[in-house]
Design a protein around this ligand. Sequence first.
Ligand code: FES
Ligand SMILES: [Fe+2]
Length: 431
Amino acid sequence: MLSRAENDRFVRVGAGTPMGELLRRYWQPIAAAGEFDSGPRTKSIKLLGENLVLYKDKGGNFGLVDRHCPHRRADMRFGILEDCGIRCSYHGWMFDETGKCLAQPFEDQVNAKARFKDKITLKAYPVRENAGLLWAYMGPLPAPELPHYEPFNWDHGFKQLVFAVVPCNWFQCQENSIDPVHFEWAHANWGKRLRGDEGKYVPTHVKLGFEEFDQGFSYKRVREDTDENDQLWTVGRVCLWPNGMFTGDHFEWRVPIDDENTLSVTWSYTMADPERDLPELTSIPWWYGPVTHPETGEWITSHVMNQDFSAWVGQGVIAERSFEHLGQSDLGIVKLRKALKVAMDVVEKGEGDPKGVIRDPEQAKCVPLPTMTRSSYEEYKKIAFGKAGESWTPEDEEGVKKRTHSFDYKFQFGQPDHIRKQFLEFMGFDK
Ligand code: FES
Ligand SMILES: [Fe+2]
């Protein structure tokens, strides 16, 4: 349990708050690069409590700037995109992606000598593209390296980027990244009941383990139906520092929009038949899913991440941790809180980079993570057919086609038809 004041240190993300300052030391995924494929455009976003505009200019440069123009506060979302920068559409002041004021048409006309523009900047943050995502860095410069995690290099499979806006605080979402027992209940058992299956509950967890490393924690489990030789124990999954998770085939980040809303960002990978020549994709497909049913307003609970969203939002907009009662299953959460506390202290005391920040470009080029082989093709077949290591018979192929045709993307509700179609064609299930 945490006191109100202790809780506040974890949940508040605005500039100047301990957690806000800590999270600003890391690159955050904020959108899909593919959202800007159709050409220059702006998109208003809120990140760590700050109202911002993300844009791509005519020269292909990405920028992330204050929502409001420093002249008289007009909305930069309506900005005119130039070859290099964005121009406020109200009186034409123009800025580059570093926030430098390049032009003030009327001031430049009547009093160029005063160079008023040299005194003006638009708040701006660096943006970079990696793994199909756009990443922003809102901390002190120079920015650290943007980690390129090793799975981003996996090339023989279908990738997609999935987003959702979840109306609760980021930290209860991230605590879920180190909560092994919830898989048994929130997904397996609750999922069964939601499907109307009144059968026996799934095998229970009997042992948990947590190991800290530079990029987070690995968490391991033994269930009644597994032993310590299983990769669930020998490798485990990753609570990715500071606000993500990696399961072996997908990443999830919980990116704070503000204290009361979180952008869920998923980078998902499905391995394809190793024998298959894959079509080229120009950019990674992306989509945003709803969290409630548009007609009824009810929470969507049919898909894995929607079950998580429902659990997180159910904890309250900001979970009241002074009322909680932690048990043995929460050891990982205790470890995560401790590590975040240490990292917040490092930043507050000005003691240099907190945990996990990478400054060495060579190191950032390929950051390895513990990876269970769930994404291997054999495993994929196991999931698809319920049997491992057997050859892919025509009946199997029929079976997988049926499943992939009849099932949505199982991790999150709302995959659009055109992406489903793209997936089926890509994987060779389109006949
Ligand atoms: S408000 Fe932006 S140029 Fe005047
Ligand atoms: Fe979950």
